[in-house]
Design a protein around this ligand. Sequence first.
Ligand SMILES: Cc1ncc(C[n+]2csc(CCOP(=O)(O)OP(=O)(O)O)c2C)c(N)n1
Length: 383
Amino acid sequence: MRKSSMSVQELPGATVYRPTPPPAWRPRTDPAPLLPDPEPYRVLGTKAAGAADPELLRRLYRELVRGRRYNAQATALTKQGRLAVYPSSTGQEACEVAAALALEERDWLFPSYRDTLAAVARGLDPVEALTLLRGDWHTGYDPREHRIAPLCTPLATQLPHAVGLAHAARLKGDDVVALAMVGDGGTSEGDFHEALNFAAVWQAPVVFLVQNNGFAISVPLAKQTAAPSLAHKAVGYGMPGRLVDGNDAAAVHEVLADAVARARRGGGPTLIEAVTYRIDAHTNADDATRYRGESEVETWRAHDPIRLLERELTERGLIDEDGVKAAADAAETMAAKLRERMNADPVLDPMDLFEHVYAEQTAQLREQAAQLRAELDAEGETR
Ligand SMILES: Cc1ncc(C[n+]2csc(CCOP(=O)(O)OP(=O)(O)O)c2C)c(N)n1
């Protein structure tokens, strides 16, 4: 077929679309202050570290060490059949711990499946935090008591929940902040868009923390987005985007604490991208060697969150060998207790199958429940 040299605008009868802004049009927000810095914000190893609270740094260190041990223990429990699955956050502990410590007790955490450590660092019982991953049918803890939403497996669905809670709290006059955590892959979900859009329109007190750990299972970031950075996505919604070194616990804590304070005083939401790396495979069910090389992992090991913080503490004389040993010993004690408790078989009532699904059971379910009851009773009699 011969190509036409005519452009659309030259076609006879074609309407030429030339949008003309109405006279009152103007950008409602100056985008410049919303833009993230070109480089991730760092504290450790810089002059800014001098201003960091030594007690906070020591606490972050203890939590990072405990968190790494927790990841290793939980992964080992999958191999022993005590856990169905575990998505490790080894390498990402700084994000996990800082997220938990940046919140006040009255605030809410909305974690993803990878954020067990954040929940534990916020004070959740280490065994209760694993209930869902153990294969139990419920969450294992009372979200309202701990102000931790259930660890969320469907990607990004926790984000609109966080916005709804934060907006409702604001309408009620409660100065509660919601911190919602999501992975880089989760930013491609419609729920991410809807949550950020509503959060900005309503100026809801929400902080979105994206842990950019390089991969969504086997999909690297470059195949996930063409955005200059994930933090830049904030500008399109009209909220500030911040870029932080996700392995620098002091920097993540500072950036999160600023965003939480801003949200609490009515300044609206913030999107934070923490640049980090998932050292372990996606879960125990994944083989990461199929999509990334060991040399890449080694590069990131050199930028390890625990090593970075330990170096800072040691160089400034804020921790000595005894302090390092005490943190490791406390982590070992936690792991031993976790092993012991996870090795005990939970007592489950099969009749629970019929609970909490319908307010009023259907006739069919009542019939099935009666049948199971009879079978269990008969089994009990023959034992
Ligand atoms: C709505 C939805 N789609 C797909 C999946 C399957 N899935 C589970 S984890 C995952 C990758 C998510 O990657 P990312 O958001 O970067 O988080 P990470 O696992 O790296 O922490 C996918 C696609 C899911 N859980 N939910």
